[in-house]
Ligand binder design. Sequence first.
Ligand code: ZN
Length: 447
Amino acid sequence: MSEYDLVLHGGTVIGAGGARRCDVAVAEGRIAALLDPGRRATGARTVDVAGGFVLPGLIDSHVHFRQPGLDWKEDWSHGSRAAVAGGVTTVLDMPNTRPPLRTPADADAKQRLIDGRSLVDYAFHTGVGPGESHRLRALPAGASVKVFLSGHHTAPDVVRRDEDLADLFAVAKERDLTLMFHAEDEDVFDLLDTWRPDPVSAADYEPHRPRTGAIVAVWRLIRLCERFGTRTHILHASTKEEADLLAAAGQRMPISFEVTGHHLTFTDADTAKAGTRLRLRPAIRDAADRERLRAAVLTGQAATVGSDHAPHTAEEKDRPIPDAPPGLPGTQELLAATVAAVQAAAPDLGDAAVLACAVRVLAETPARLFRLSTKGAVEPGRDADLVVFDPEREWTVDADSVGAKCGWSAYEGRRFRGAVEHTFRAGNLVYSREGARFGTPDGRRLR
Ligand SMILES: [Zn+2]
């Protein structure tokens, strides 16, 4: 009889606090023990991970897996394959589907759709439109609610008026909910649109939806957070000004922010080359913004890094400029982009310290913010969601390895150092790099 179901032998476990050489023993889907080297445990299965790092399964707190209603762009089978191939074992999915997810009954219906198709565990953010603050009263305490202050092709429900926003902040505070924002100000863009033409080239994307819109929206939300004390999370901060404002505000009130993998990776120079494939909302900014966002991840000012995995087909993305929708796939590249960003921000940092930074923004802090108490760390009692990471392996992103249904990646041709070798969820192997093998899609809904 084996002591454990699974033992990962010979690796170095990474937590946000640092690294520890130990074996990881798993029983009944949970981490049973961390064993000092030399204390050989027997497992029904033992995996030799000598020389590798063991990370907690990552949490991508910002994905659009597009079901229901938009499944020609993405579906749960493909999206979750992309996720586990990148070391992500839990996703939090956004509500702007067709129909949108706005009630507990919508969430239950969506769970039935996903059941038996997901390689990852999951939860849903709930959507809300203008004048709908009463809907929040039906949500369980601790739920997270996505609010769009600005719209685009797949985001029609925009909250613009101060009174509507104040209502949402008041009810969310009362119900102990977290409000999450697409923070760009629609009124600022309307004003600019009266005298600026539609974009005609990739170089026009950023001026068409400039940083002013993001900064004004963030300023409004800081004021509301200050007034109501509601837990507030700003999605995809894209500019140095937002990072400065939010880092300062976060010292005084419960406001936090996310940075995306693509804003940590690309600049306007890449947009000029890649064209509509890098059309995004918020837009990709310039090199100084990217440096500031990378520093925010390195120092822990940014709470989370999300992928904003929002695929469109290649045909949709290659349409003439006004019709090319914003968004790209990114959950598969999330860890690689985060690690590369930290490596770039701190070239002298060792691999373990770089990974500890990544684990903070991709596991520990999202688990705490979104109240996923069984996730986020390699500790006895937590779910045995584990990633084996080879820090030396170099690899290049190519279209053949893309798990997303759309089959393309904005990162194609980009070279990374450090690769996911195996991903386990609840102690079961759900991804193995060799042969790109995937496990059983029996991911569970978490809340
Ligand atoms: Zn999004």
